[in-house]
Design a protein around this ligand. Structure first.
Ligand code: AMP
Ligand code: MG
Length: 351
């Protein structure tokens, strides 16, 4: 793939200032004209392209090294735009939209025939999200088209939660990066299939099973999610690929702190540099070459927001192996553990 000059625009969440609005207008126009531009959302940084432009879509796949059959999520700036990309909006989707949009919830809906196979990977459905981030929304509004935007990382790597992560993975491969500071949730959106009788969670995220059940009265979970090995048959095609993985191998350790310490010591005796993903409350209780706290044990949102940056830091600091504590699956903890299990390819060390 040929080298491209990657432009940088610095903005923060305050989009009121005229210069910043100018940057966002320029970024939006670049997207509508067929360029691929990374921008922040409240989940992770996305790599945006005009959903009506097959060549631009192809450039997303090339820049990321993304497998062809992994469909893209379309991003819109207002609910009304759904009519151009879906064939109908089921009642349960309407309920979820009024409760959780804008926000970290992607809905899989029946697609309009105009939506390209390049977006859907040949499926009859299309995944759509209305992000809750002023920078993302303004860029999409300026682009004035639905914006296909997967995470702005090289496929397989941890998703980017800062513009620097995007730059490290994609500089020279994409047309521009809008730096709007670190993202909020730091984990990708919840993906829900809203085409059936009851909503089915295909990927856990910031909107939890509990949140969905509260609105729809019921919720199901794609059985592929409970398998720890790579599955051939998840309903969400992207889930079958290796994901979120740093260079060093990751293991999740289930057990007491002394058990965790024992595992670390074994590796360190062999001369290995061990990174430990842990919580503030345990920092003084366990010793590792590279201790990395994700935040407080009582704040699953904070732990989730720090995960990807910590995986990248472990690599940067030269970890030979990464151990992670097994965190609670309560609330957003489900999404955190799902991503961690992917990063670890399902490897656990248990007492
Ligand atoms: P990414 O944007 O890289 O975070 O990944 C998008 C996720 O949404 C992948 O796991 C896709 O498989 C999933 N997805 C996108 N479109 C569909 C669809 N029409 N049906 C099911 N899953 C989808
Ligand atoms: Mg991704």
């Amino acid at each position: 793939m040929s080298y491209q000059q990657t432009k940088m625009w610095i903005v923060d969440k305050g989009v009121e200032k005229e210069t910043k609005r100018g940057h966002l207008r320029e970024a939006g126009l670049c997207i509508s004209e067929g360029q691929v531009i990374a921008f922040p959302t409240e989940t992770v940084y996305g790599l945006g392209a005009n959903a009506w432009d097959n060549q631009a879509l192809a450039r997303i796949f090339a820049a990321k090294g993304r497998p062809d059959d992994n469909p893209l999520i379309l991003h819109i700036d207002e609910v009304e735009k759904l009519t151009s990309i879906t064939s109908n909006i089921p009642l349960l989707a309407e309920k979820l939209i009024s409760a959780y949009w804008p926000g970290p919830l992607t809905l899989v809906l029946p697609k309009a025939k105009e939506v390209s196979e390049r977006v859907t990977g040949g499926l009859h459905t299309v995944a759509v999200r209305l992000p809750d981030h002023p920078v993302a929304r303004e860029i999409i509004r300026q682009a004035d088209v639905p914006v296909a935007a997967p995470s702005a990382n090289r496929s397989g790597k941890p998703s980017p939660t800062t513009a620097r992560h995007v730059y490290e993975d994609l500089n020279g491969r994409i047309d521009g990066i809008v730096d709007g500071g670190p993202t909020g949730y730091g984990l990708e959106s919840t993906v829900v299939d809203a085409t059936g009788e009851i909503p089915v969670i295909l990927r856990p995220g910031g909107i939890t099973a509990y949140d969905i059940e509260a609105v729809c009265g019921s919720v199901a979970i794609d059985p592929a999610l409970s398998q720890q090995k790579e599955s051939d048959q998840p309903k969400s095609p992207g889930l079958k690929y290796r994901h979120y993985a740093p260079e060093a191998p990751v293991y999740i350790i289930e057990g007491t702190l002394p058990f965790i310490q024992e595992q670390i010591n074994k590796q360190q005796y062999e001369g290995k540099k061990v990174a430990l993903l842990t919580v503030n409350e345990h920092l003084n209780e366990v010793e590792a070459s590279i201790p990395l706290s994700l935040g407080s044990i009582v704040n699953a949102v904070e732990l989730g927001a720090s995960l990807y940056a910590a995986l990248r830091t472990a690599d940067e600091k030269g970890a030979d192996i990464i151990f992670a504590e097994s965190f609670s699956r309560e609330g957003v903890g489900e999404a955190l553990m799902n991503r961690l299990e992917k990063a670890a390819s399902g490897r656990y060390i248990r007492k």
